[in-house]
Write a protein that binds this ligand. Structure first.
Ligand code: NDP
Length: 481
């Protein structure tokens, strides 16, 4: 059985206490490899390596850091098929999605920030000839980067790339459920010429490995993507020492559909926004709201489309949805389905575990599920499910849809579907979320701010905002007279 190792100071090393965790395949439920159950001692080693590497890496010219990060991107591209297969096996996402979405984006993250640091300009001001001010932007130190299981390399590279581009060194703690591509990244970093200790990867559980990383006084910056409950814990753990903190957390995102849409045209996009990656994307629209004139027709057409979506082996190109990532997440999603039924929800598509042949019968599969007639006070509408379970309700006026969408502890994103752009502008302005898509979904420009309001996060990353976050800004004022 393959045993993954930590990547510390440019070398693969076994966990010091010699303990491992089992990784189970979401497709079969069987063990596929072991990963280190890293403890505080492993994290300390990684932090020491990052601290030792900091001076040289931060002193390197931006053009040199950029050149190395571009090489990382090139190697990810070259190894994209192998990485995509590893990602698909770990998460249960389809191989096609890993090839089309995850790997190109992981490479782009490195390329984007390799380029961004070459273009960054800083402010200078003249105080009527008496003095001038200029701004220096400097790396923060060792960054602690903690990422979730749904888009493993995509989200980890969204943190590593800007952190390294800005001259920081890093210690990463990927999800214990999906460690393989982070493990392979070590080889890529070495081949690209990333110096020893600049990027360290410690595998294992959130507690102890992640929580120790957050608390360590030698780590002044934490970037975390994951669930809101974990984000709250991290915020408390990071408070002593007043660390720089970015939290990208959960969502319960509304999909608002106005009566003027072309139903048949948008159905595939709505189904994709609901169920891509098994509904395990923080931005998935899990709460569909349809204007009442077209509600019944929309439900019928969407349910028919969803019923035809193929669930099965993620390696099969015909499959749209693979299994849910882990038994824990599977049980949570099935539990939410039971609550929906008790709360009076009417299942109009899915809601059943598909019968699949052979080894797939041990996997964590669920048909994509649409639920009608659940009131907004049902727990289902207030809690992030993070799986292929979506509700669909009607509204009469746009302001009711906005009220329904905003009546949530979360505020990550929403999408609005209409031919009336004036109406779209008004709804977009009224929604209390970090991103609103109009007649599209998951279209991401890496230059624009990304993050959530309310319980969906703290701070924004993307473009200049990532560079702001991963650097300290210093103002120098010089008297001239
Ligand atoms: P979790 O919050 O469970 O875990 C995220 C990461 O934090 C994992 O690496 C986990 O370790 C680690 N962790 C857990 N406990 C601690 C702790 N006490 N201290 C430090 N680290 C800890 O999230 P999931 O992995 O289940 O991911 C799903 C969640 O992520 C959803 O809520 C989703 O909405 C959110 N998400 C948000 C995004 C955004 O951009 N806003 C994007 C993608 C996902 P381990 O699991 O290995 O034990």
């Amino acid at each position: 059985m393959e045993k993954l190792r930590n990547f510390i100071n440019g070398e693969y090393v076994a966990p010091i206490e010699g303990k491992y965790l089992d990784k189970l395949s979401p497709v079969t439920g069987k063990k596929i490899y072991e990963l280190p159950a890293s403890t505080e001692i492993d994290v300390v080693k990684a932090i020491q390596a990052a601290q030792n590497a900091f001076e040289d890496w931060s002193a390197l010219k931006a053009a040199e850091r950029s050149r190395i990060l571009n090489r990382v991107a090139d190697i990810i591209d070259r190894r994209a098929d192998e990485l995509a297969e590893a990602e698909s096996r770990d998460v249960g996402k389809t191989l096609e999605l890993a090839k089309k979405l995850d790997m190109p984006r992981a490479a782009l993250n490195f390329r984007f920030f390799a380029s961004a640091i070459m273009h960054k300009q800083e402010m200078a001001t003249d105080m009527d000839g008496e003095a001038i001010n200029y701004v220096l932007r400097q790396p923060v130190g060792v960054a602690g980067l903690i990422s979730p299981w749904n888009l493993p390399l995509y989200l980890l590279s969204w943190k590593i790339a800007p952190a390294l581009a800005c001259g920081n060194t890093v210690v990463c703690k990927p999800s214990e459920f999906t460690s393989k591509t982070a493990f392979l990244l070590g080889e890529i970093l070495n081949e690209a010429g990333v110096p020893k200790g600049v990027c360290n990867i410690v595998l294992g559980q959130g507690d102890p490995a992640g929580s120790y990383l957050v608390q360590h006084p030698g780590v002044p910056l934490i970037s975390f993507t994951g669930g809101t409950a974990t984000g709250e814990k991290i915020q408390k753990l990071a408070a002593p020492g007043v660390k720089k903190l970015s939290l990208e957390l959960g969502g319960k995102n509304a999909t608002i559909i106005m009566k003027d849409v072309d139903i048949a045209k948008i159905i595939p996009s709505i189904a994709r926004a609901s169920f891509l990656n098994q509904g395990e994307i923080c931005l998935c629209g899990s709460k569909i709201l349809v204007q009442d004139d077209i509600y019944e027709e929309f439900c019928t057409q969407l349910a028919k489309y969803v019923d035809n979506m193929v669930v099965g082996d993620p390696m099969d190109p015909k499959t749209f949805m693979g299994p849910i990532v882990s038994k824990t997440q599977y049980d949570k999603v099935l539990g939410m389905l039971e609550i929906a039924k008790k709360d009076g929800g009417k299942i109009i598509a899915g809601g059943v575990v598909p019968e699949l042949p052979g080894e797939l019968s041990g996997g964590y599969f669920l048909r994509p599920t649409l639920i009608k007639e659940l009131t907004n006070c049902s727990e289902i509408h207030q809690t992030e499910i993070f799986g292929p379970v979506v509700t669909i309700n009607s509204f009469k006026y746009a302001h009711e849809a906005v009220k329904w969408a905003n009546n949530s502890p979360y505020g990550l994103s929403a999408s609005v579907w209409t031919k009336n752009l004036n109406q779209a502008h008004k709804i977009a302005a009224d929604l209390r979320v970090g991103t609103v898509w109009v007649n599209t979904w998951l279209q991401r420009d890496l230059r624009v701010p990304f993050g959530g309001s309310k319980a969906s996060g703290l701070g924004r990353e993307g473009g200049d905002l990532s560079i702001d976050f991963y650097t300290e800004t210093k103002t120098v004022c010089i008297q001239l007279k």
